[in-house]
Design a protein around this ligand. Structure first.
Ligand SMILES: [Fe+2]
Length: 313
């Protein structure tokens, strides 16, 4: 169609979008076009601003490679990942859920590990942490024989696949729930870590004078036929950044009770100083068990990178 005025641009594009055969794709594409055009009208986007926005989006792609995903980082930093998670879990956003975002650091082949064993696979600082997790379904019954993938960053702020210093698969393990729906493992207490701010996402965070920290957490992915794959993070209750997570991931249901033990016998004989324990219950929902695609695929090599920490101003 030959366009007579600015309103007709939207009509022309929407008419073409209607040609998409798949109804769901058609619905998504037409809503995206409507909202995008409405956004440009609402803010009266100038040509300069539009070019800047195009540059910003192109930089997201240029910054993304096998060991880093800037697009996932941006989606987290504008709360879109958190929103999509909450819309799709807890009976489609109706009830509280223990689901959370996947984040960029999950790997598929983490080593099968016996219940009770340690996932510390190379020298890692930090106080011991003993985790006891229960997987139950929405009726409250324990779910036996579910695969539970666990991963977290080192107390120095790096996942092993970002960090050439750590052994392959350090702080990762795959467990199976026992007949009572439980897994147990030993690790070190996680610490909060900064997200990288050397790309366009960093520019965006600086504009808002936010810090770039994620509060300390453990990641979980629970897989069992007949259930929607349950992706979760359990946050450390005394972390100073729970209220200001740069990725908006912290929900009330996911603040774990990490208990410090000073003078009690730990579950392992070699522990001498203070240690921590965490008991946590996940509720998984009926649905389709399928694994996501890992956002990044390879392990970093060379020197450990320096992560910049921004202060909230
Ligand atoms: Fe994480």
């Amino acid at each position: 169609m030959i366009i007579e005025n600015q309103n007709q641009v939207t009509e022309a594009v929407l008419a073409e979008v209607q040609r998409i055969e798949n109804p769901r794709m058609r619905e998504i594409a037409s809503a995206a076009v409507r909202h995008l055009h409405a956004f440009a009208r609402e803010v009266k986007l100038t040509e300069d601003e539009f070019r800047q926005a195009c540059t910003f989006i192109a930089r997201l792609g240029q910054k993304t490679n096998e060991t880093h995903n800037e697009v996932v980082l941006l989606c987290g930093s504008v709360g879109l990942s958190a929103l999509v998670c909450l819309l799709n879990n807890g009976n489609n956003g109706q009830t509280e859920t223990t689901a959370n975002m996947l984040g960029p650091f999950w790997r598929t082949e983490s080593p099968a590990t016996e219940n009770g064993a340690s996932i510390v696979r190379s020298a890692t600082p930090g106080p011991p942490l003993f985790v006891n997790a229960l997987v139950r379904n929405t009726t409250g019954a324990p779910v036996a024989d579910a695969e539970v993938d666990v991963w977290h960053s080192s107390p120095e702020g790096f996942y092993e696949n970002q960090d050439p210093v750590q052994a392959n698969m350090n702080l990762r393990g795959k467990f199976r729930t026992d007949s009572n729906g439980r897994i147990r493992f030993r690790t070190v207490r996680p610490a909060g870590y900064p997200i990288p701010v050397d790309g366009p996402v960093g520019d965006f965070i600086r504009l808002q004078r936010r810090h770039n920290m994620r509060p300390a957490h453990l990641h979980f992915l629970i897989f069992k036929d007949g259930y929607k794959t349950h992706i979760s993070q359990v946050y450390v209750n005394d972390d100073p950044n729970l209220e200001t997570d740069v990725q908006f991931g912290v929900t009330r249901a996911l603040v774990g009770n990490y208990i410090r033990h000073e003078n009690e016998q730990a579950p392992a004989a070699d522990v001498t100083g203070p240690w921590y324990s965490l008991d946590f219950t996940f509720t998984i929902e009926p649905g389709i068990a399928k694994l996501p695609r890992p956002p990044i695929t390879s392990k970093a090599d060379g020197d450990r990178v320096q992560l910049e920490i921004l202060k909230r101003g």
